[in-house]
Design a protein around this ligand. Sequence first.
Ligand code: MG
Length: 380
Amino acid sequence: MINALSVLGSTGSVGTQALAVAERLCLPVRSISGNKNIELLEYQARRFRPEFVCVYNETAAKRLQIALADTNIKVGGGMSALIDCAASYADCVVTAVSGSVGLEPTLAAIDEGRRIALANKETLVCAGELVMARAKRNHAEILPVDSEHSAIFQCLEAQGCTKALKRIHLTASGGPFLGKSREQTKNVSPSEAVRHPNWSMGAKISVDSATMMNKGLEFIEAMHLFDVSPEEIKVIIHPESIIHSMVEYIDGSIIAQLGAPDMTLPIQYALTYPERIKSDISPPDFAKLSALHFYEPEPEKVPCLMLAMDCAEKAGTAPAVMSAANEMAVSLFLQEKIGYNDIYDLVAQAVNAIATCGSPDLDDIKNADEAARLFVRERV
Ligand code: MG
């Protein structure tokens, strides 16, 4: 088990839950970061007494510095502070920021050999090869916090390696618009899109779940985390979100991980691994579950998932372009500047228009990310 924690994105959904888990496990929290919610950051700073708080928005950082002037807690702003927050204070960092902003801090923490409790899937989507190679070189563990990937990780532990693995069954709830056609979703509002049937999550990931882009991002995340090819991952819709994912071995045996749809479980396991520690979560009561359902996704109803699978196949900077264009489009949708169906259209156009390169380095990835954001911004 780890000694202490840094939490990037401590004001978000996974971040606040990670702090709650740390409190219950009596794990000291040495550094936290947020974007601009300084009221919550101040509350968290006073409660958890970290050495350092990063406020990504530099104007807000100055305000928090004043608010915390009566304490000895250091406050910093901007990307350099976020990198410091990730790399310098604790042996484990929960990366719960949303979007590709998590990439450089995660790399910095990897270079210091920290355990990464990875809740920022965009990091692996944009730069999976680079991140995994760097983690291997620096003996930094990357433990998934995403519930599906935590499930796969736990199922693979049964075998101790991926040698006898045949395929991964990645489950998807299908989100709030499961089975709806493009015609039926054209007037969807942000508040309808963020209303997930099973999980309570941040706005960006909730919209991604509605479009199924989230499953596409998770598809690519799984390829890198478990070193499997696109052909070795099968997405299956399972609306109840009780089975969090499964692995199939070459002998035909399938191992699944089941649990309540509660992020506390995967967060806690990433922190206590390889140990298991008591939690307050009640497991599913099988006698009370009326049924579990499974469906093949219909390609024409899940265009974002299909696009992500294409980008996974293309590799290189294609996933980085897709992910950055999606971040931009989702943000514009949440601001009601574009419609729901425009999200897919803009991301697909960006992927088609922007040239991609194979075996990218960090600069290639940053350039691809920038180009995709610019492309979407110019079209709206
Ligand atoms: Mg997930």
